[in-house]
Design a protein. Structure first.
Length: 141
């Protein structure tokens, strides 16, 4: 992953603690698009037919959107999602994230997921930037 980021002169500023086996690996990251390759693991299987739980698909797509925004303190505040086909274990999904609209503090990121060039997922993620990390609770005070 580091070679890809250096190649495009971008350093990932978000989601640094996420492991690629949970959300996918970065195949391309520029200011115009992010491409994430997602290979579901056995732990993501939801039933005896080897279908992958849709929450993991959503998570990988959201990761693609967040990588494209690539700003500290970015937070997904809304999404409009369509799951167009089920995903089975060992099927590789490619997520392409592009900027639909942006201003200083808000982004609309379109993410398309494909399996063998067939669209199986699409979403519009609304991401806002904040001056500091939200929801940091300090129970010691």
């Amino acid at each position: 992953m580091e070679d890809i980021l250096e190649q495009h002169n971008l350093e990932l500023s978000v989601c640094n603690a996420l492991k690629p086996d949970l959300c996918g690996r970065i195949a391309k990251l520029t200011e115009e698009e992010a491409i994430i390759i997602f290979n579901p693991t056995k732990q993501m299987i939801s039933d005896e037919s080897n279908l992958i739980h849709s929450g993991f698909i959503f998570s990988a797509a959201n990761y693609a959107a967040m990588c494209l925004v690539n700003q500290p303190n970015a937070l997904t505040i809304k999404s409009e999602v369509q799951f167009l086909a089920p995903i089975e274990f060992e099927q590789e999904i490619i997520f392409l994230a592009t900027i639909k609209q942006s201003n200083n503090r808000k982004y609309e990121i379109f993410v398309k997921g494909t399996l063998l060039d067939i669209k199986i997922f699409e979403a519009l993620f609304h991401i806002s930037l904040f001056d500091k990390q939200l929801f940091r609770l300090n129970f010691k005070e």
